[in-house]
Design a binder for this molecule. Structure first.
Ligand code: NI
Length: 136
């Protein structure tokens, strides 16, 4: 039987949505206020869902402290209070929250202490959230 463990984190970061693939006018039309050249910030809530067997000895899917350590090293230390546009990973990837979610998924996928990364969910505002999963 497979079980799932979810954990929620918060980080603050800024971004500006702009792609060199579009003209100035097209960027403005595509991203609206999010294209403003000074950027803007969000308090992102990041949810990580790990699936796996419940360990017979520990009774856990994944060790909470080990997971926190990985998320801190891979995600929070890198992006909290950062300008996402300045991170090398977004040099050729527009820092939309879809891409931020995908990036977090990729960074955690191979570094989890146990289990499999099932889903990453990022809340950008109280009305917007994005999800990435391994399937599809
Ligand atoms: Ni934004």
């Amino acid at each position: 039987m497979k079980a799932y463990f979810g954990r929620r984190y918060m980080l603050s970061a800024s971004h500006r949505l702009n792609t060199p693939a579009l003209t100035v006018e097209e960027n403005r039309a595509a991203y609206g206020k999010c294209n403003n050249e000074h950027g803007h910030g969000h308090n992102y809530f990041v949810e990580v869902l790990v699936g796996g067997a419940v360990d017979a000895e520990t009774g856990m899917v994944v060790d909470l402290m080990a997971l926190d350590k990985t998320v801190r090293a891979q995600v929070l230390d890198r992006f909290d209070h950062a300008d996402l546009n300045l991170d090398a990973i977004f040099a050729d990837r527009v820092p939309t929250t879809e891409n931020f979610c995908k990036t977090i998924f990729e960074l955690l996928q191979d570094t989890l202490p146990a289990g499999e990364l099932e889903r990453v969910r990022v809340e950008e505002t109280e009305n917007n959230f994005f999800e990435c999963s391994a399937k599809g």
